[in-house]
Design a binder for this molecule. Structure first.
Ligand SMILES: [Zn+2]
Length: 197
């Protein structure tokens, strides 16, 4: 059996977890983009990088003389889930703050998303019919479906703005993306200064 501990940063000679101050030298992360894992929406990170400007995406590996991957040039990280929703993203937003000193969190919802094909009530009812489980109280109904893009995008940004898991120095952006034209529309922006006011 392989000793997997050799692959852990904490065990590398010269790595001191108590004096760790981020992996920014290796990967200069600036922005996290949260979007739907629908394959038709896969161009979203590039569209956001172009919109924000001064971002590197997709970038490339930095490799040392031994072929070891010591970093990457990418500044814009991606996080996909069903709908590109804020609720499912909170843990990653919080833990990435430990690893990097990043600046922006971007939520993007896209046209003809599967999440717009049902209501929360229908999801709850069908889940109960099929699996005999009541999910109605397990998470917020606004986070179960997309019933109105503008409202849902604003809801997700508000959820981030009010969560203790989203540090106050992060700028928050909410966008709508049209999958056929590739057009990205900014719906809401909450700069860090506003969150700290
Ligand atoms: Zn979708």
């Amino acid at each position: 059996m392989t000793d997997f501990s050799q692959f852990e940063f904490r065990n590398l000679p010269g790595f001191d977890q108590n004096n760790f101050d981020g992996f920014d030298q290796a990967i200069p992360m600036k922005t996290m983009v949260i979007y739907c894992f629908d394959p038709r929406a896969s161009e979203i990170p590039k569209a956001v990088a172009d919109y924000l400007g001064d971002e590197v995406y997709p970038g490339e590996n930095k490799v040392d003389e031994n072929g070891v991957r010591i970093g990457h040039t990418r500044t814009l990280f991606t996080l996909s889930n069903g709908g590109g929703r804020a609720l499912q993203s909170l843990q990653s937003i919080a833990t990435m703050d430990y690893l990097f000193h990043y600046k922006n969190v971007v939520i993007v919802h896209h046209s003809f998303c599967g999440m717009t094909s049902y209501t929360p009530e229908l999801l709850i009812e069908k889940f109960h019919d099929h699996h005999h489980v009541d999910i109605s109280g397990l998470w917020g109904h606004e986070d179960m479906a997309i019933e109105d893009y503008e409202k849902t995008i604003k809801h997700d940004i508000e959820l981030l703005a009010n969560s203790p898991l989203v540090p106050k120095h992060l700028n928050l952006y909410g966008f709508f993306y049209e999958i056929n034209s590739g057009q990205l529309t900014e719906v809401v922006r909450v700069p860090a200064e506003e969150r700290n006011a």
